[in-house]
Ligand binder design. Sequence first.
Ligand code: C2E
Ligand code: CA
Ligand code: CA
Length: 515
Amino acid sequence: MGNFFKTKLGYFSVVLVLSISALFGTKVTYEYFHFKQNKTYLQDLSQRLLVRAELAADYAILALHEANVSAASTCDVESINRLSGILYSRGNIKDIAILDKAGNIRCTAIASESAVADFNLSEKKTFISLNENIKFLEIGTGKNGLIGISWQFENSGLMALINLDTLLFDVFPSDWRDNSVASIGFNSENPIGARDNAMASEKSLVTYSASSSRYPLFVELSVKKEQLITHQRGNELAFIVGGGILGIIFSLLVAQLLSRPDNPVTLIKRGIEGDEFIPFVQPLFDLKSRKIIGGEALMRWVKPDGEMIPPYKFIPIAEDSGLIVQMTRTIIKQTLEQVGDILNRDQSLKISFNIIPADLASDCFVNDLMSIVGCCNVRPEQIVLEITERQEIEDTKKTVEQIKILKDLGFRVALDDTGTGHNGLSYVQDLQADIIKIDKKFVDFISDDGGDEIVQILVQLAKRMKMETIAEGVETEKQAKILTKLGVDQGQGYLIAKPMPPEEFCAQVDKQRAL
Ligand code: C2E
Ligand code: CA
Ligand code: CA
C-alpha cells in the first residue's frame, strides 16, 4: 500500500479523495454553522419581540401615570377630554378607561357610558405583574391581541387598552413568514395573539420562547427547520470555494508527503526481506595465459521490476547502517550454493568475497563462514576474503587476530583497494594478507608515457612479502601487457569479462576446461 502512494496514480488518487472530502467537509461545516447561526438569529428575534411587547406595556403604563397625575378620575367632560388628549398623543393605545374603587369601568375616553355599562371586568382573566397594582387582563376573545393594563390607585383606577397583535406582523424576515408561527401570551397556556400559518401540525419546527420578568408577557417563535438551513446562504459559494482551495492545498501537501521516497535504509531492509540482493561473479584471470583462475562475487540489487542497481548506490548505505553484515553472509551463501560444484571440480579455482572491517568485527563471523562453507562443501583454501582498505579499522588488534584465525582455517586474504585508503602501506604488513589487489585507479594511470610508478611499488612490496598481485579494471590489451611486464600475476577486467550471473561464470569455466 505504501508503494501505491509513490505512483502517479496513487498521488492523484490521494489529491482527488482528499479534495473531494475537503469540499464535502466544507459544505457540511458550512451547513452546521449556518444552521446554528440562524437558530441564534431566531432566538434573538424572540428576545426582540418580548422587548417590543414590554415596551408597549411600559408605554401604556406611562400613559396611565400621566392620566392619574392630571387627575382624570371622574367621568366629567373635563376629565374625559384630558383622557382623550393623552390617548391621541399615544397612537398604539386603543382606549383609556376610568375604573371605580372595585375595579369596574365607569367610563372610557372613546366608548360611550352605555357601551361600557355591560362590560364586566371581574369576569376577565387577570394576570398580575411585578408591581401588584398593575394587572393585565384578557379583553379580546380568542387571539385578537387586545389586552387591558389596569392600575389601581387608592379610590379609583385606570385601564389602557392595547393591541399586541400588531407586533406580530413584521416579526420574521419575509422568507420565513409562510413557514413560521409567532405568538404572544400572558404565559405559555394563555395566548394573547398569534400569527399562525397553519403550521401547528408541522413536526420539524425549531422553537424559541422568552418570558418577561416584569410583566405577565410570554412570546414564542417557531420556524420550519429547512428555513433555518436555507435562509441567507449568500456567502455559501465563497465559503465552499475557500474551503475547497485550502483542501486542495492540504491534499497536495499530504500526497507529497506520502509519495516521498522511503528512507534508503528502509528500502534496503525491504530488499533483504524480498531476497533482492544477488551475487554476480567477475572472472579473475592469469595475465600471461589469460586463463580464468577464479572469480570475485559482486553484489547486485535486482528490484521486483527487474531494475538492476549498482553497488555504489547502496553499498555505502548498507555499510554505514550495519546492514552489510547480514548481506555479506547472504551473498557468500548464495554464491557458494551456485559455484560450489565447479569449485569442487577444479580445486585450483578461487572465489573472492568483499569483506569490510565491520564484518570481521561482527559476532560469529568466523563460525557463520565455516558453517556456510561446510554446507556447500567448499574448501576454505578456495575462498579469498577481500578486505577493503577504504575504511579505517577501528580495532586493528582484533582485526589482525580475526585474520590470523581465518588464515589458520585455510582461508586466503586479499587487500582490496590497496593504497587508496587512509591506512598507508604499513597496513599491508600488519594484516599479513596473501594478495594485494591493485586498484583500477592505478591501472588507469598506466599509459605509453609511464604512470606505472605506483603499480611498481605495489608489485615490489608484494614480492618482498611473498604476496600475489591482482590488477583490477584491466580494459585493454596494452594495459594487460604492461602489467605483465611489471610482474603483476593476475588481472580482472572488461578485457576478459564483465561481472555476470554465477551460472554464466560456471559455464565459462566449464568451456575453458573442455578446451
Ligand atoms: P571492488 O571490490 O573494487 O570491485 C571491483 C569493481 O570494479 C566492480 O565494480 C567491478 O565491476 C569493477 N570493474 C572490474 N573490472 C572493470 C573494468 O575493466 N572496467 C570498469 N569500469 N570496472 C571494472 P562493482 O561491481 O560496481 O562494485 C563496486 C564496489 O562495490 C566494489 O569494488 C566493492 O567495493 C563494492 N562491493 C560490491 N559487491 C560487494 C559486496 O558483496 N560486499 C561489499 N562489502 N562490497 C561490495
Ligand atoms: Ca573487491
Ligand atoms: Ca577495488
